[in-house]
Design a protein around this ligand. Structure first.
Ligand SMILES: NC(=O)c1ccc[n+]([C@@H]2O[C@H](COP(=O)([O-])OP(=O)(O)OC[C@H]3O[C@@H](n4cnc5c(N)ncnc54)[C@H](O)[C@@H]3O)[C@@H](O)[C@H]2O)c1
Length: 370
């Protein structure tokens, strides 16, 4: 199969759909990979590395789209990219169609086979192609929090690990899933006093088992949240209710009781946030104050570390991408129910129910179209 990797064109997107290492795997399976010139630049992968891995460098995105049978990307296609798709061509990338009517209509019109990373789902309901970005964002959350706790960045001037004779920073992580666990892991590594809160007791048991008394686990009740948050130097928001808006665990009226110069990093901002006063910010202007509490609400945290993020993403997307290329998309989804869940639009029809429901459009079950 001919695979195409165009340069990402969404504003401030520095990741790329495939690393040189990924190219090497596709080539080893007998496929051809077309990589747009400078596609890897933002992630610190040079054209020479792609050539050494066996890719063919291509000068324009038009040529990539025209020649490739499968396009591998990171972000949802922008309008000009949608116009380049053709019936039967495979698009394998993050789509996030539910809140995006224009893109949904564009992909329906394209006739392409649109496979969304974010809806590939394993039988245990985990999302293997979303997890790597949650890992990155979680680990970054502790790092970012440590930075903003410093006085010159607006924080209350607390060092995460303290020093001998001085207590460490108190870090409260709301939600003990992928983001929360990774945030806690890095915060603990910095020597902070970390409390992780969840409503899932089995999850708390698991965290207690792996980390013992290096971490405090706490049930996420209103009472416990208030006590923990009022004492915290850094609060990390990492809650997710799949398919629903995140509940506000820290409400606006709680802010005046929090420490001045304490920091909130609300990673769940992309689903509405679990801190009521959070709104989405950008890497260019990431923070703002409310009631003396410094808020960080970047909705696309992994974008700041595109080299790591691109490698983490390729690690996760590769095996499904190879299956599609080796067997053709139809056989690949017939063989793998997890990948089948990724098919959102096929032949001008919506094959992922939540997307159809979100737009009040017709839903066509994939099984009926295969
Ligand atoms: N900002 C970014 O750049 C970025 C990047 C990746 C992920 N995210 C977001 O981070 C959030 C967390 O993602 P994840 O992958 O860790 O999800 P996850 O499903 O692995 O974890 C969510 C956790 O929240 C817990 N939870 C639910 N209700 C709760 C409550 N009332 N109190 C405490 N915990 C509660 C769940 O039990 C679960 O353990 C999501 O909103 C995701 O979209 C943001």
């Amino acid at each position: 199969m001919i695979i195409g990797v165009p340069k990402e064109i969404k504003n401030n997107e520095f990741r790329v759909g495939m690393t040189p290492g990924g190219v090497r795997e596709f080539v080893a399976h007998g496929h051809s990979v077309l990589v747009e010139k400078a596609a890897g630049e933002g992630s610190s992968f040079s054209d020479d590395e792609y050539i050494a891995a066996g890719a063919e460098l291509v000068g324009t995105p038009d040529e990539v789209f025209a020649r490739a049978e499968m396009i591998v990307k990171v972000k949802e296609p922008q309008a000009v990219e949608i116009s380049r798709l053709r019936p039967g061509q495979i698009l394998y990338t993050y789509l996030h169609l539910a809140p995006d009517l224009a893109q949904t209509q564009g992909l329906i019109k394209s006739g392409a086979v649109c496979i969304a990373y974010e809806t590939v789902e394993l039988p245990n309901r985990s999302l293997p192609l979303l997890a790597p970005m949650s890992e990155v964002a979680g680990r970054m959350a502790a790092q970012v929090g440590a930075t903003y706790l410093q006085k010159p960045f607006g924080g209350r001037g607390v060092l995460m690990g303290g020093v001998p004779g001085v207590l460490p920073a108190k870090v409260v992580v709301l939600g003990g899933g992928v983001v929360g666990t990774n945030a806690a892991y890095v915060a603990m590594g910095m020597g902070a006093d970390v409390t992780i809160m969840d409503v899932n007791l089995d999850r708390l048991r698991y965290l207690d088992e792996i980390w013992g008394n290096r971490i405090r686990t706490l049930y996420s009740s209103k009472h416990n949240i208030e006590e923990a948050v009022y004492a915290a130097d850094l609060v990390i928001g990492a809650v997710l209710l799949p398919g629903a808006k995140t509940p506000y665990l820290v409400t606006a009226d709680m802010l005046p009781k929090m420490k001045r110069g304490s920091v909130v990093v609300d990673v769940s901002v992309d689903q509405g946030g679990c801190i009521e006063t959070t709104h989405a910010t950008t890497h260019a202007d990431p923070t703002y104050f409310v009631d003396g509490v410094l808020h960080y609400g970047v909705a696309n945290m992994p974008g700041a570390v595109p080299n790591t993020s691109t490698m983490a993403l390729t690690n996760a997307t590769l095996r499904y991408g190879l299956a599609i290329a080796d067997k053709g998309w139809k056989q690949a989804v017939l063989d793998d129910a997890a990948l089948a869940k990724g098919v959102n639009v096929l032949d001008g029809k919506i094959t992922y129910k939540p997307v159809a429901d979100a737009h009040g459009m017709n839903y066509s079950p994939l099984e009926k179209l295969l």
